[in-house]
Design a binder for this molecule. Structure first.
Ligand code: PMP
Length: 457
């Protein structure tokens, strides 16, 4: 058999086994079980991922917005190997600790906003947000205000899928899945800056966070959670002044502010953390994904000095924690990941690449009448596809224009993601190490894909 036939036969076998035994996340299970043909990744290098049948794909979304240093980074592999051969896992419960977890905690305190100097480790983003909710409630309990329990999140938010995180997530399919909402999470409309600053005559005032606080009573609300830049909800960059307005609101009503930096953190937006763009300090900050570039499963909640003080004054046991909180191998990888980010000035590189990406999006918007609302902050970007952008007319719901364009890109070996209620938004978030030529190559593939879509309708 030729090499190609051997790999084809192996792939066919894997596809059959996948259909039979593997229930996939965020995938239509019936389709997958019956006719699924998963793309099986077997290796990667830089911005490229290779499938088991030997095809090369540009990873235009860094897989799940997380493989920030790109694939096949040998230094990260080495960091994991070295730590595993010393001690792969050690508990952080009840007085145990380990070197990488301690060193990483110090490093995180150094690079995070000034007031955030302690971390509670988790294994990912959802766990981080659940932890942030519990720590918020615990904080208010300790402050003698146990009735401050509710969490306010924003429409369109994605905060994960564990039961509490799912309740904060406002993308309907996730929010309602298996009827698993805890109920004490409320939602407000994002970006009503004037309302949050107190303009009650604004026509949308009743949908603002401020109105929700007044309606529910500030004495019932523990925290507001938001993504500084919404990711899975469609890559929405807040207007100038919005995050500062929410920070002020939190101070006015004594509510904690949780920044969910799970996608944005560690350089994705051209600053180490997205909150740095607006110079705000959250009380709690959820991190995951880019902390380790996806090479190890790690997340955490960064904790303000004020909240930390309340926690360390507690006489009892902090009865919260995961087996993998402070996982030594995961932390060693994250330490190396941050070392590389700093050594190679990757965050500055991302800030420079933003212009290249935005120029490419501008070119697409000029060339194709259906392209609109292009946006990029660092290497987190999107554009939308409208039937008539001038008149604000969307394609009918069944068209799902972004899904179609993403399919055309996939045929041309570029992986992107379609988002939005009508699948009208194309998201782009390549590995942070991408260079100018590679961005231009992506834009050229997207260009051809939009042309193919336009011809097909
Ligand atoms: N918060 C945000 C902003 C996210 O984008 C995600 C995942 N995409 C999560 C939380 C959940 O993270 P995880 O999937 O690691 O639980």
């Amino acid at each position: 058999m030729t090499e190609k036939t051997v790999s084809q036969t192996k792939t066919e076998r894997l596809v059959e086994l996948d259909k039979k035994h593997f229930i996939h996340p965020t995938t239509p299970p019936k389709l997958q079980a019956e006719e699924g043909s998963p793309l099986i990744f077997s290796s990667g290098k830089g911005i490229y991922a290779y499938s088991s049948d030997g095809e090369e794909y540009i990873d235009g979304l860094s897989m799940l917005w997380n493989v920030n240093l790109g694939h096949g980074n040998e230094e990260l592999v080495q960091a994991a190997t070295e730590q595993m051969s010393k001690i792969a896992y050690a508990s952080a419960f009840k007085g145990f600790s380990n070197e990488p977890a301690i060193e990483l905690a110090e490093k995180l305190a150094e690079i995070a906003p000034k007031n955030l100097n302690a971390v509670f480790y988790t294994s990912g983003g959802s766990e981080s947000n659940d932890t942030a909710f519990k720590l918020s409630r615990f904080y208010w309990e300790q402050k003698g205000k146990p009735e401050k329990r509710k969490i306010i999140a924003l429409h369109n938010a994605y905060h994960g899928v564990t039961v509490a995180a799912q309740s904060a997530t406002a993308i309907p399919a996730f929010h309602h899945f298996a009827g698993s909402n805890i109920g004490e999470v409320l939602h407000a409309t994002p970006y009503l800056t004037e309302c949050e600053l107190g303009d009650k005559s604004h026509p949308e005032y009743e949908r603002s966070i401020r109105h929700l606080i007044e309606k529910e009573g500030a004495d019932t609300i523990a925290a507001i959670i938001l993504e500084p830049v919404q990711g899975s909800g469609g890559v929405h960059i807040p207007p100038e002044g919005y995050l500062q307005a929410v920070r002020k609101l939190c101070d006015e009503f004594e509510i904690l502010l949780i920044a969910d930096e799970v996608i944005c953190g560690f350089g994705r937006t051209g600053k180490m953390f997205a909150v740095n763009h607006w110079d705000i300090e959250p009380d709690l900050m959820s991190i995951a994904k880019g902390i380790s570039s996806g090479y190890s499963q790690l997340g955490g909640v960064m904790i303000s000095d004020e909240v930390r003080q309340v926690i360390v004054n507690y006489d009892g046991v902090l009865s919260h924690g995961f087996t993998y909180s402070g996982h030594p191998t995961a932390c060693a990888v994250a330490l190396k990941n941050i070392e590389i980010l700093e050594r190679e000035n990757i965050v500055d590189h991302v800030a420079q690449m933003e212009k290249v990406l935005q120029d490419g999006l501008n070119y697409l918007e000029e060339k194709h009448a259906i392209v609109t609302r292009t946006r990029a902050i660092g290497l987190l970007a999107a554009f939308e596809l409208y039937k008539d952008p001038q008149e604000n007319v969307m394609f009918s719901a069944d068209v799902q224009p972004a899904a179609q364009v993403v399919d055309h890109c996939f045929d041309r070996k570029l992986i992107l993601r379609a988002l939005g209620a009508n699948r009208e938004i194309v998201a782009i978030a390549p590995p942070l190490i991408i260079n100018k030529q590679e961005i231009e190559k992506m834009i050229s593939i997207i260009d051809d894909s939009i042309t193919a879509f336009t011809r097909s309708i």
